[in-house]
Design a protein around this ligand. Structure first.
Ligand SMILES: Cc1cc2nc3c(=O)[nH]c(=O)nc-3n(C[C@H](O)[C@H](O)[C@H](O)COP(=O)(O)OP(=O)(O)OC[C@H]3O[C@@H](n4cnc5c(N)ncnc54)[C@H](O)[C@@H]3O)c2cc1C
Length: 415
């Protein structure tokens, strides 16, 4: 290994970590990029659909194509990449942090001035979705099925029921059907699809996969292998309607119930968390409330476009490389009741600029809606949208003056 002290250490080599490594090294920092997988690219390696790159490259690319652009660019930098290496612990030391890492050389220790956590997310499972019954083979998350088909080249099931309608599940239902499986239907407990309407049309309607709203899977049956599931109707608040249960024969159940940020490392550092995003609270530079610890990509909050994940990495990398300790003057962004989540939750009053990125989600789908960002009542951003869906993450860019008073009131409002 080349020394054990770096300016910036990045944990996770998916699109967020790759973009962070590129921008931190462009800023002149010595960069270490660590990933537990054998290859860079994160989850994108298993995403063969051409859903990536529209915003960043104005092109539709597959996941591997999208990731390869950054991997190729990274080869031109001095970034040290450690693969098949897992970070198990981070502790604070004088002038930075010390990480414990494990790989084929054993247990090692490296230090860095700043750390960027870009560890991605995990999927909600059948247990999270409250499905009762034994756990026979054939019950799996959408991402696991995606791995079987796209990486291992295997078809893990032939008669399939899908619970939920998140974007990943829809792409997997489509892949299963073009590879010869019969996808009997997607059963969504809510009244609207959880993923984008574009994906419903492209991945469910086109291959003729029916979607049933206000339905759920209640039980699985089978010992070694799944042979059937019980479906039932649910009401508006997703409570089971007794007497509507119905058995369906199938050998595969795909659970497509959403994603949660992977934040086990962040939690060990006692970083204050946002209960609504399940990620750490941060400022507009993607620095958490613990100085020198940054977070980006799906480890921070669940994005719906990888292009914006890369943007978060790019900004985190730049800020981490420029970091030097100073007292931050943080202003919490307050939100009107229709705004469910906002990331960043805080603004660092002294480093605002003309292109400050703010992401938010709203609680219910709304039409003809005006979004405003106010500082002490004065408007800094305003835009009217025909529709904003509760399932989408909106990304706005706000033109701030260089700094604002630390006792300013900043509000994100919907009208
Ligand atoms: C199973 C699954 C399937 C998905 N499929 C799709 C899809 O089809 N389309 C889509 O748009 N989005 C999909 N996603 C969402 C996915 O999170 C984003 O597309 C995107 O890859 C997130 O980028 P990221 O850089 O934040 O994280 P990731 O791409 O997940 O990269 C995180 C990296 O961190 C590494 N890592 C984690 N913990 C450690 C540690 N302690 N030490 C070292 N390395 C670590 C992991 O090995 C991984 O390579 C999927 C997510 C999952 C979990």
């Amino acid at each position: 290994m080349v020394g054990n002290r770096f300016g910036v250490a990045i944990i996770g080599g998916g699109p967020a970590g790759l973009a962070a490594a590129l921008s931190a090294s462009e800023e002149g920092a010595s960069v270490l990029l660590i990933d537990s997988a054998a290859r860079l690219g994160g989850i994108l390696k298993q995403c063969v659909q051409d859903d990536f790159g529209i915003v960043r490259y104005e092109k539709q690319l597959t996941g591997p194509e999208y990731a390869f652009k950054d991997i190729e660019a990274l080869e031109q930098t001095n970034t040290i990449v450690m693969l098949q290496t897992t970070v198990t612990k981070i502790v604070s030391v004088t002038n930075g942090y010390q990480m414990t890492i494990i790989n084929s050389h054993g247990v090692l220790v490296v230090e860095a001035g700043t750390i960027i956590i870009a560890t991605g997310c995990k999927e909600r499972t059948a247990r999270d979705a409250n499905i009762q019954g034994s756990k026979p083979s054939g019950v799996m998350t959408a991402g696991t099925a995606q791995y079987y088909i796209n990486i291992m080249g295997q078809l893990p099931m032939s008669r399939v029921i899908m619970l939920g309608s998140c974007d990943i599940g829809m792409t997997v239902a489509y892949r299963l059907s073009i590879e010869g499986a019969k996808v009997l239907g997607a059963y969504e407990p809510g009244s609207v699809p959880r993923g984008s309407l574009r994906n419903v049309s492209k991945y469910l309607y086109d291959p003729d996969i029916p979607i049933h709203f206000n339905h759920t899977v209640t039980r699985t049956f089978g010992t070694a292998r799944l042979h059937s599931v019980e479906l039932a109707r649910v009401d508006k608040v997703q409570k089971l309607i007794k007497g509507t249960e119905n058995m369906v024969n199938c050998d595969g159940l795909i659970v497509s119930a959403g994603l949660i940020p992977e934040n086990s490392l962040v939690r060990t550092l006692n970083v204050p968390m946002d209960a609504l995003t399940n990620g750490p609270k941060c400022d507009q530079n993607y620095m958490t409330l613990v100085d020198g610890i940054f977070c980006c990509g799906n480890a921070l909050h669940i994005y719906d476009m990888v292009d914006y994940i890369s943007l978060s990495g790019e900004l985190a990398g730049k800020a981490a490389a420029r970091y030097s300790h100073r007292e931050r003057r943080l202003i919490e962004i307050s939100k009107s009741k229709e705004v469910l989540t906002v990331v960043p939750q805080y603004l660092d009053a002294d480093t605002l600029h003309s292109d400050t990125i703010i992401n938010f989600r709203i609680n219910n789908t709304r039409e003809n809606v005006k979004v405003r960002l106010l500082v002490d009542g004065s408007e800094k951003f305003s835009e009217t949208y025909d529709i904003i869906r509760s399932t989408e993450v909106k990304c706005i860019s706000v033109d701030f003056p260089g700094s604002i008073a630390p006792d300013s009131i900043v509000e994100l409002r919907l009208e």
